[in-house]
Ligand binder design. Sequence first.
Ligand SMILES: [Zn+2]
Length: 408
Amino acid sequence: MITQACVERDRELHDPPRVHAWGTSPARADALGIFIGGPPDTPDGIGTCSDGWTGKAFPAGTREPVTAFMVSNPIGALTGAALTAGEAFLRLIGLSRPSRAFELSAWSGACGPLGSLPDDPLLPAIPPIDALLIGCGNVMNGWAAAPRALRITGHAHAVDRQSLGEENLGPYSLARRDMIGQPKTLLLARHLEPLITVARHDEELSLFMPRITRWHLPLAPLVINGLDEVEPRHMVQRLWPQVLVDMAAGGTTSQVIIHQPGQGGQCLLRAYEAPDSETGYIHRTEAATGLRRERFLSEFTTPVTAEDVAQAPPEHRARLQAAADSGQLICGYINQASLTETSSGENFAAAAPFVGALAGAQAAAVTVALLAGHHAPGGLRWQYNFLSHRARTVETRCPCTCECQAKS
Ligand SMILES: [Zn+2]
């Protein structure tokens, strides 16, 4: 089944195909062999498997006995898949890799030599989820793979302003070619439904927030961030949800931060320090829509007017005029502009899919633990680096001057 999924994924991304399934060793000398469940039998092969919460990767010549698939747990399998994809990638770009057999537990976040990690608990019974999912990109794709495989039920709101672009195919583990051009929230909803019902918000985060702060959309007890910028992370943190799980993928590092107010743990305001000048939403929206900032900052529930058209730079006037003619609201106009944006901008740098997939798998393990009632410290930061195979979990604190300390 794994091999089949791998081959199908390759057919989706590559023409001609680059992945070939063999029962035994690869036929071509320059091929990289990946062996699922057993030790590799080619010199540069990579073996992979999972057992319970633990994903494993081991090079040819591994002598330690490997337990594989004794305890079924999809999060361990996702962890093993991400680790192996990372190893394969680093070798294919020509890095010489340490010949080390290792395992990573999604439950504890620990990484060590094969067979060295203590036993994790069995998969608990998982109560229904009630979550707000913010940002439906790379890392959220990684997270969403787990709830479906675990058959978690419940309800979620999903927020993302963009549509799926060609550049997302590959980096996003759930993206398929026939989804290009559709909202990213739809990609997520299609994967999670029907067991989790998903209310989709194809909206700028700045325009979604008032639903909670002004118009009393109940804030879910669990908020999961799949964002790649600092500014929106701070906006979400300032909702002060009961539990905030923040996923990140940068370079070769996966990261998950958990924050629960009132316990002194470090919040995202400190974990991610924003440069003073950062006002990404304002600049981006001005450039994308031609609207004046006072219009979209304070009057975004009013219709686009003839005055908006007159004040806009010439290149935006035709589109604004059409919006004014149809009575479209400012917020609707902005969200539509985001969804139909064709370029990802100069700053776009795709995170590698395996880095996002591992952050997502780890956050999914945290999600399961929290839903099942396990305690997590108020401020916890987990990181794993694919280059060094090093994982670390630290409990972090905020100074008493941080605004989070007034929340309890
Ligand atoms: Zn703080």
